[in-house]
Ligand binder design. Structure first.
Ligand code: ZN
Length: 141
């Protein structure tokens, strides 16, 4: 199977059967993000214990790229510290700029080609920008 086909399959699987879809009650923070250029909407719930993201859920509507990115992001971030989550967000944005995925991004490499599609960069980035807003709102580093 071509790598490009594998990547398409990962994106479609996460879109059709998203991981960590839903909401958390109680939660440490709830942040809404949206991408008006495509109509993608996202609600992100995080539960923190000390500096560890012990649970994360998202809900919302939008295109396959935005929903798959949120599913992939939450799968990677759950169980990480807030500092690790921020480092991964930096790595994700770098991947969209360069087209090269750092190994720690795992399956998220499936989105590496999105950087070549300027109209979709905001779709892929929505989950991560919303995560960064959520981390800012909790006052963590
Ligand atoms: Zn979109």
């Amino acid at each position: 199977m071509l790598l490009e086909d594998l990547y398409k399959q990962i994106i479609l699987e996460h879109y059709k059967r998203p991981h960590n879809f839903g909401s958390l009650d109680p939660h440490s923070c709830r942040i809404e993000g949206n991408n008006p250029s495509c109509g993608d909407q996202l609600q992100l719930d995080l539960q923190l214990e000390a500096d560890v993201i012990v649970a994360i859920r998202f809900s919302g509507t939008g295109c396959a790229i935005s929903q798959a990115s949120a599913s992939l992001m939450t799968s990677l971030i759950q169980g990480k510290t807030t500092a690790q989550a921020r480092e991964l967000a930096v790595a994700f944005h770098a991947m969209l700029r360069t087209g090269v995925a750092a190994p720690e991004l795992g399956d998220i490499a499936a989105l590496a080609g999105i950087g070549k599609l300027p109209a979709r960069v905001k779709c892929a980035g929505l989950a991560w920008h919303t995560l960064e807003q959520a981390l800012d709102s909790t006052g963590t580093t």
